[in-house]
Design a protein around this ligand. Structure first.
Ligand SMILES: NC(=O)c1ccc[n+]([C@@H]2O[C@H](COP(=O)([O-])OP(=O)(O)OC[C@H]3O[C@@H](n4cnc5c(N)ncnc54)[C@H](O)[C@@H]3O)[C@@H](O)[C@H]2O)c1
Length: 319
């Protein structure tokens, strides 16, 4: 267990959507909050809520792809609040939806730079500081349900998020024996602004002049159309709006998961059947052949990972 009360949270991509929801939940649970985002103006706007509600928050403009900037931001946060306990690697971007061979090299670089390298930069910069102060803590990375069960036409996004899940699973194992844990936060549809902010923050040198302005932004989640009045070809889009959780609810899931030091943090139990289907498919795909005596023992470092049996079920959800 990790008690968040009185501790410090450092959240990336925290000026909008899920990151802001996590920041608000952390504040409500008694944390000091470092609100970081690449969009300085949005950070300033986000801070107003904390000030108005009497919460301790401090804003830093941080591009997670900037390693020197990351170290400077961590120094600044520690100067203001002391040690950081909770790192939330939340900043993320999307690229135009489509078949991956039709995505551009610029799409590849933009996605990997922010979604993968940005998270690695966070882990490398902040985790040693959390371990060093010894007061305990948690590293939470906003992955996605779509990293668990992929979405056709969103290969770059799903690849990045699946990679982050692997990173958090390995980290949780590597942190055993310490008072710090790792969580893969895998939200389903949550209210956020990923399409808009991804266009806004995309560096000019990674923007494709020909395709960028008209390119559709990649869900997940799909945009919420008004009930019944949005048609794509012959398909009438259902009304998604009632299933999309507010970002503040996502924040509550993260705070609970961080306190429980859960490996996985999910928001929509509705995906459970899909996960069973995928798990069954993987197990079914192994060749039907006799097991080799002694293999599991000889290769126990490959076949046994204690973090999986340790996973337990949290009770109830947040709306
Ligand atoms: N909204 C959903 O339904 C959903 C579902 C699953 C996962 N996610 C993930 O949740 C995270 C937040 O998404 P959201 O929907 O709240 O979007 P959002 O656009 O509301 O928030 C993303 C924030 O990240 C910031 N950002 C982008 N690039 C950055 C960089 N290089 N450095 C620092 N900050 C940067 C943006 O400025 C923005 O404020 C993303 O990682 C996204 O992939 C979202």
């Amino acid at each position: 267990m990790f008690k968040v009360q009185g501790k410090t949270a450092f959240i990336t991509g925290a000026a909008s959507g899920i990151g802001l929801g996590i920041a608000k939940a952390c504040a409500k649970h008694g944390m000091k909050v470092v609100v970081t985002d690449v969009r300085r103006k949005a950070v300033d706007e986000a801070l107003v809520w904390f000030k108005d509600n009497g919460y301790e928050a401090y804003g830093i403009a941080l591009d997670v792809t900037d390693r020197e900037g990351y170290a400077a931001a961590a120094d600044e946060a520690e100067k203001i609040f002391g040690g950081i306990h909770l790192l939330v690697n939340n900043a993320g971007v999307e690229a135009p939806m489509g078949k991956v061979w039709e995505n551009s090299y610029n799409d590849f670089d933009f996605m990997v730079n922010v979604n993968i390298r940005g998270v690695l930069n966070g882990v490398k910069t902040i985790l040693p500081r959390i371990l060093a102060h010894g007061e305990g803590g948690q590293v939470v990375t906003t992955c996605s349900q779509s990293g668990m069960y992929v979405v056709p036409g969103a290969a770059l996004y799903c690849m990045c998020k699946a990679g982050l899940i692997g990173l958090m699973e390995t980290l949780q194992a590597d942190l055993r024996g310490t008072n710090v844990g790792a969580s893969a936060f895998c939200p389903g549809p949550i209210k956020g602004n990923l399409s808009e902010t991804s266009r806004e923050v995309r560096p000019a040198e990674l923007t494709d002049a020909a395709s960028a302005p008209a390119a559709p932004a990649a869900p997940p989640p799909p945009p919420p159309p008004a009930a019944g009045d949005d048609t794509r070809g012959n398909f009438t889009m259902p009304d998604f709006s009632s299933f999309i959780l507010p970002a503040e609810a996502a924040g509550e899931y993260v705070v609970r998961g961080a306190e429980r030091q859960d490996l996985y943090i999910f928001t929509h139990t509705d995906f459970k059947a899909s996960m069973v289907e995928k798990g069954d498919a993987i197990v079914r795909a192994y060749p039907d052949q006799p097991l080799k005596a002694g293999f599991a023992q000889a290769f126990s470092f490959l076949t046994q990972n204690p973090v999986y049996p340790e996973v337990t079920t949290p009770v109830g959800g947040f709306e």
